[in-house]
Design a protein around this ligand. Structure first.
Ligand SMILES: [Zn+2]
Length: 345
């Protein structure tokens, strides 16, 4: 175990009381960050080797100890297991390791995953309630695609909500790794099958055999993307797993803008924004801005992951607006009237 990789910024004295930890957290915001991380990680590693203040013993004691006030037992960065230390600028308000009931009960108090849970749980409720009115079902005659679209609107929020709610489950890294894959599967579903409407509308006026060939090719790309997302271990590797389907979507956008492409009029803005917002959100989440500038100040609200969550909800809303227009357009008998080359393809 290499503590320096986990970005500890507290020194050995801070392991003794939370007040001392808190005061050092404040100091870290103005100190030379790299130097502090290097120095204190070394101190903490020495303590760990010597068996003093074993943080994992403390964690177990949190599990076992009865708590009169759950909110009062929130932990600081060095007190949580390594697999939960993925943002070194979020310094506090971590939930202790909990069982299933404890994870669900954590909805009742504020911690550093509350915003992450709420921002993706609320869309699930909204979408489920709005399913009867989410699309003009009586106008749409295209089979399967509307259902796939609604599932794609729900998928990322279900995976993400489970991931953030149960990530501190006391089973540890095994459950965490499963939840991460479940979260990634939801993202994959939306990024690939969620784009089927816009892809199908772009090639809607092609010959049947051409459409079938292109869709089979796209599905193969999606399966490869899923394999990469599930097997790559780095954050950036997982992000690049979605590069191939993204490239296909860009090609489809170019096709839509050409004389050969289909798609409802006035959808370009939504098609562009759905990917642009997702990319901006992913980038902000990856570079840890703004909490990088104010370590420990944005644990509860407005850190990069919170911003990313809101932006991806906005991205899926743009995807839905484009899909709604495209599904109605594909259902129209006159959809391909203005596609001048469709009979030759
Ligand atoms: Zn998240």
């Amino acid at each position: 175990m290499t503590f320096s990789e986990n970005g500890f910024i507290l020194d050995d004295k801070t392991m003794k009381t939370k007040d001392e930890e808190h005061s050092l957290n404040k100091c870290s915001a103005v100190a030379n960050e790299d130097e502090v991380i290097r120095r204190n990680s070394e101190n903490l590693r020495k303590e760990f080797i010597l068996g003093k203040n074993n943080i994992f013993q403390r964690i177990r004691s949190y599990e076992d100890a009865p708590r009169s006030s759950v909110g009062s037992s929130l932990l600081h960065f060095p007190e949580v297991p390594p697999h939960l230390r993925f943002n070194k600028y979020v310094l506090g308000h971590y939930r202790p390791l909990l069982d299933i009931r404890g994870c669900i009960a954590s909805l009742a108090y504020w911690h550093n995953e509350t915003i992450n849970i709420l921002t993706h749980a609320v869309p699930i409720i909204f979408i489920l309630l709005l399913i009867p009115r989410i699309l003009p079902w009586d106008v749409i005659t295209i089979p399967f695609l509307p259902v796939i679209h609604v599932a794609a609107c729900l998928a990322p929020w279900v995976g993400s909500t489970f991931y953030h709610l149960f990530m501190c489950h006391n089973t540890g890294q095994t459950v965490y790794a499963f939840l991460l894959k479940f979260d990634l599967f939801g993202i994959w579903f939306t990024q690939t099958l969620g784009a089927l409407v816009t892809i199908c509308s772009a090639i809607h006026c092609f010959e049947y055999q051409t459409k079938r060939l292109l869709l089979v090719f796209y599905i193969l790309i999606c399966i490869l993307s899923l394999y990469q997302a599930m097997t790559v271990s780095t954050t950036w590797g997982r992000r690049f797993a979605f590069t191939a389907p993204f490239s296909i979507r860009v090609l489809c956008l170019m096709l839509r803008l050409s004389p050969w492409g289909g798609g409802a009029p006035n959808t370009t803005y939504y098609v562009v924004m759905q990917d642009l917002l997702a990319i901006i959100g992913g980038y902000i989440g990856a570079v840890n801005i703004p909490e990088k500038w104010y370590p420990g100040k944005m644990d509860l609200v407005f850190n990069s992951h919170h911003i990313m969550h809101v932006l991806v909800v906005a991205a899926v809303y743009q995807m839905h607006k484009a899909a709604e227009l495209d599904l109605v357009w594909m259902s129209s008998d006159s959809a391909c009237q203005n596609i001048i080359f469709h009979q030759n393809l």
